[in-house]
Design a protein around this ligand. Structure first.
Ligand code: B12
Length: 209
């Protein structure tokens, strides 16, 4: 058994086998970041590549996503830091028009593991809903995810709503098409390319000690 088996299982949509494959790697002591980067996330990159090349279609992409999610659940409990202390509240969601939630879920899991309180608004979240949740919960951070170039502008709308109202809430953004340059352009407080980076970012914006 190897991380390659996890990669292959996702590409072959073997959602009943994935749990055992991931568990076997965990039991073998394989590094979680190796399981994530080369197994679970690496497989989704491959699926995206095949979709881009017209080699597979939306139903297959969905089956791969379901398989990936089942695998991710196995490592969820292992993402908690050993030295977690309570930190701030984070509102997280995927922006309006966008249904991709795997990356968002992973970021939420890792932030939770690092001690943040997570309020997950789900997918297809209106800019106003990010604003309302930030205000109602006096949240320290809003974290927005977008996987489609067409849905990125919804991030700008939410940032504008929160900044214009003068809320102290910081805003971070991410997702495959998002860049630091885009974060700068829309005056977001931060960007990270991956979930561990999102934790670093949140810690730097909300110092807990
Ligand atoms: C799975 C998938 C789907 C699934 C989603 C299931 C689900 N529940 O999420 C389904 C089948 C529903 C889907 C639908 C569509 N998809 Co799709 N999908 C993908 C795919 C293959 C994988 C995405 C994924 O889960 N990656 C794994 C996760 C872990 O990575 P991630 O999301 O990037 O997240 C990481 C980082 O970006 C970052 N991050 C993410 N969010 C955040 C947030 C913050 C705050 C921070 C700091 C960091 C951060 O950390 C994460 C962990 O490291 C991608 C290809 C790809 N390589 O991205 C295409 C892809 C995103 N989809 C694409 C398209 C075109 C579509 C559809 C329009 C297809 C169609 N014709 O209907 C629809 C749109 C539906 C909609 N309205 O949203 C295109 C987007 C092109 C573009 N640039 O706009 C891609 C790139 C495929 C391609 N090569 O063309 N899709």
């Amino acid at each position: 058994m190897s991380v390659q088996d996890i990669f292959n299982a996702i590409n072959e949509f073997r959602d009943t086998e994935i749990v055992n494959l991931v568990q076997a790697e965990v039991d073998a002591g394989t590094d979680i970041s190796e399981i994530l980067d080369n197994g679970l996330i690496g497989a989704m990159d491959e699926v995206g590549k095949k979709f881009g090349e017209g080699l597979l279609f939306v139903p297959e992409m969905l089956m791969a996503a379901q398989t990936m999610k089942a695998g991710l659940e196995v490592i969820r409990p292992l993402l908690a830091d050993s030295d977690t202390k309570p930190r701030g509240t984070v509102i997280i969601g995927t922006v309006k028009g966008d249904l991709h939630d795997i990356g968002k879920n992973l970021v939420a899991m890792m932030l939770e593991g690092a001690g943040f309180t997570i309020i997950d608004l789900g997918v297809d979240v209106e800019p106003q809903a990010f604003f309302d949740a930030a205000k109602e919960n006096s949240a320290e951070l809003v974290a927005m995810s977008a996987l489609l170039t067409t849905t990125m502008p919804a991030m700008e709308e939410a940032v504008k709503l929160i900044k214009d109202a003068g809320l102290p809430t910081k805003m971070v953004i991410g997702g495959a098409p998002v860049t630091q340059a885009y974060a700068d352009k829309i005056s977001a407080d931060g960007y990270s390319a991956d979930a561990p980076g999102a934790v670093e970012l949140a810690r730097s914006l909300i110092p807990g000690d």
